[in-house]
Design a protein around this ligand. Structure first.
Ligand code: ZN
Ligand code: ZN
Length: 226
């Protein structure tokens, strides 16, 4: 750990620039080239830290089960239907806008208008394709999770890892702040294992005892029915 000369916050010693305020924290004045290289190395380091690595797992402490909860998203079948519907709508929209464009290009029209048609058609395809790709991924992930209860997977970019139990889809969320530094935490998954990770310092990583988590989760669900 090193302390920023400008904002006094602590950050990883592998970094040259403070991740909080952006101040340069080198031992001496850097040249333009050195500074450029340091920035690239910082980015590379941050990216390598953005997913769980073997060394993180080795240093992971045991998580407290009170720090994690499973939040019900909805019925798995309903979520699958929604995803299918989006794929269908996206594909239909693309076809409906491309067909007229294609016909228009075969007409004898103003060349400027032709370019506009090409650009619009290209934009429609690009947006449509990105929606399709993400929904195709979601559909496949849900299919995989459906096979066995408690298969943990990251399904959506902006949501925590999810799992299926009794035909319902659940999202894993961190309940408390980091016991080490007090900032927010989030859930990550690797090889079907669950980790609670501090959002500012990846060295603060806690492994969830999955068996114990499943036990307590089932207990809570049954309590609700009684
Ligand atoms: Zn700083
Ligand atoms: Zn922390």
């Amino acid at each position: 750990m090193k302390t920023c000369k400008k904002c006094n916050k602590e950050f990883d010693e592998n970094l040259t620039f403070c991740p909080f305020c952006g101040a340069e924290n080198a031992d001496r004045k850097l040249t333009y080239i050195e500074r450029k290289k340091a920035r690239e190395e910082d980015t590379e380091f941050m990216l390598s830290k953005a997913s769980i690595q073997q060394r993180d797992i080795d240093s992971a402490k045991q998580a407290n089960l009170d720090d994690i909860k499973a939040q019900k998203i909805g019925d798995l079948k309903a979520e699958q239907k929604k995803s299918f519907a989006r794929i269908f709508a996206g594909a239909t929209l693309m076809l409906c806008s491309l067909l007229p464009a294609w016909l228009l290009l075969h007409e004898d029209i103003n060349p400027n208008l032709k370019w506009i048609v090409i650009v619009v058609a290209f934009l429609v395809v690009a947006t449509g394709a990105s929606v399709l790709i993400s929904d195709i991924y979601i559909t496949r992930a849900l299919k995989e999770m459906e096979k066995q209860d408690f298969t943990v997977k990251k399904v959506q970019f902006n949501k925590g890892p999810m799992f299926v139990y009794n035909g319902a889809l659940y999202e894993l969320v961190a309940k408390n702040t980091c016991p080490c530094c007090g900032t927010e935490m989030h859930i990550e998954d690797l090889d079907n294992d669950i980790y609670i990770v501090c959002s500012t310092n990846r060295n603060h990583i806690y492994k969830v005892d999955k068996e114990a988590f499943i036990e307590s989760f089932k207990d809570k669900i049954e309590q609700k029915w009684e």
